[in-house]
Write a protein that binds this ligand. Structure first.
Ligand SMILES: [Zn+2]
Length: 95
Protein backbone atom coordinates (compact mmCIF):
# COMPACT_ATOMS: atom_id res chain seq x y z
CA UNK A 1 0.00 0.00 0.00
CA UNK A 2 1.44 3.34 -1.05
CA UNK A 3 1.58 6.57 0.95
CA UNK A 4 -1.02 8.03 -1.42
CA UNK A 5 -3.42 5.10 -0.76
CA UNK A 6 -3.03 5.55 3.00
CA UNK A 7 -3.70 9.30 2.65
CA UNK A 8 -6.86 8.69 0.58
CA UNK A 9 -8.13 6.05 3.05
CA UNK A 10 -7.54 8.36 6.04
CA UNK A 11 -9.26 11.23 4.19
CA UNK A 12 -12.30 9.03 3.40
CA UNK A 13 -12.39 7.82 7.04
CA UNK A 14 -12.28 11.45 8.24
CA UNK A 15 -15.07 12.63 5.89
CA UNK A 16 -17.39 9.65 6.51
CA UNK A 17 -16.95 9.77 10.29
CA UNK A 18 -17.58 13.55 10.21
CA UNK A 19 -20.79 12.98 8.23
CA UNK A 20 -21.83 10.14 10.54
CA UNK A 21 -21.19 12.18 13.68
CA UNK A 22 -23.07 15.15 12.18
CA UNK A 23 -26.12 12.95 11.50
CA UNK A 24 -25.88 11.49 15.03
CA UNK A 25 -25.61 14.94 16.66
CA UNK A 26 -28.60 16.25 14.68
CA UNK A 27 -30.61 13.14 15.58
CA UNK A 28 -29.80 13.42 19.29
CA UNK A 29 -30.48 17.16 19.19
CA UNK A 30 -30.74 19.18 22.38
CA UNK A 31 -31.11 16.11 24.57
CA UNK A 32 -27.42 15.33 24.54
CA UNK A 33 -25.05 18.28 24.44
CA UNK A 34 -22.16 15.90 25.15
CA UNK A 35 -22.75 14.32 21.72
CA UNK A 36 -20.49 17.01 20.21
CA UNK A 37 -17.60 15.09 21.79
CA UNK A 38 -18.10 12.47 19.05
CA UNK A 39 -16.39 15.02 16.75
CA UNK A 40 -13.16 13.80 18.37
CA UNK A 41 -13.32 10.77 16.02
CA UNK A 42 -12.95 12.68 12.69
CA UNK A 43 -10.53 15.05 14.47
CA UNK A 44 -8.26 12.11 15.37
CA UNK A 45 -8.41 10.83 11.77
CA UNK A 46 -7.36 14.32 10.66
CA UNK A 47 -4.42 14.36 13.07
CA UNK A 48 -3.26 10.93 11.83
CA UNK A 49 -3.63 12.18 8.22
CA UNK A 50 -1.58 15.36 8.76
CA UNK A 51 1.12 13.45 10.65
CA UNK A 52 1.69 11.12 7.67
CA UNK A 53 5.42 10.90 6.94
CA UNK A 54 7.70 9.75 4.14
CA UNK A 55 8.65 6.08 4.77
CA UNK A 56 12.27 6.72 3.78
CA UNK A 57 13.26 10.02 5.43
CA UNK A 58 10.35 10.67 7.86
CA UNK A 59 9.62 14.08 6.31
CA UNK A 60 5.98 15.18 6.70
CA UNK A 61 4.06 14.44 3.49
CA UNK A 62 1.92 17.59 3.68
CA UNK A 63 4.72 19.92 4.76
CA UNK A 64 6.01 21.88 1.78
CA UNK A 65 8.79 24.36 1.22
CA UNK A 66 8.98 27.45 -0.91
CA UNK A 67 11.87 29.81 -1.53
CA UNK A 68 10.84 33.47 -1.41
CA UNK A 69 13.29 36.41 -1.34
CA UNK A 70 16.14 33.96 -0.78
CA UNK A 71 14.54 32.53 2.36
CA UNK A 72 13.20 28.98 2.71
CA UNK A 73 9.61 28.99 4.01
CA UNK A 74 7.83 25.87 5.22
CA UNK A 75 4.06 25.63 5.04
CA UNK A 76 1.33 22.99 5.39
CA UNK A 77 -0.89 22.22 2.44
CA UNK A 78 -3.42 19.45 1.68
CA UNK A 79 -1.74 19.09 -1.72
CA UNK A 80 0.23 15.86 -2.04
CA UNK A 81 3.31 15.89 -4.25
CA UNK A 82 4.27 13.00 -6.54
CA UNK A 83 7.56 12.58 -4.67
CA UNK A 84 9.03 13.48 -1.30
CA UNK A 85 10.62 16.95 -1.43
CA UNK A 86 13.48 15.81 0.82
CA UNK A 87 14.56 12.44 -0.59
CA UNK A 88 12.50 12.03 -3.80
CA UNK A 89 10.69 8.91 -2.56
CA UNK A 90 7.68 8.28 -4.88
CA UNK A 91 4.36 8.46 -2.96
CA UNK A 92 2.30 7.01 -5.81
CA UNK A 93 4.28 3.94 -6.84
CA UNK A 94 4.18 0.74 -4.83
CA UNK A 95 6.79 0.63 -2.10
ZN1 LIG B 1 11.44 11.43 1.98
Amino acid sequence: MTVRHVAVLLFVAMITSFAGVSILVVRLGEDAKWSAWFYAVPFIWGIILTSLRCPRCRHHVFKHEAKLFGVRWTYWSPEMRERCIECGFPFGDSS
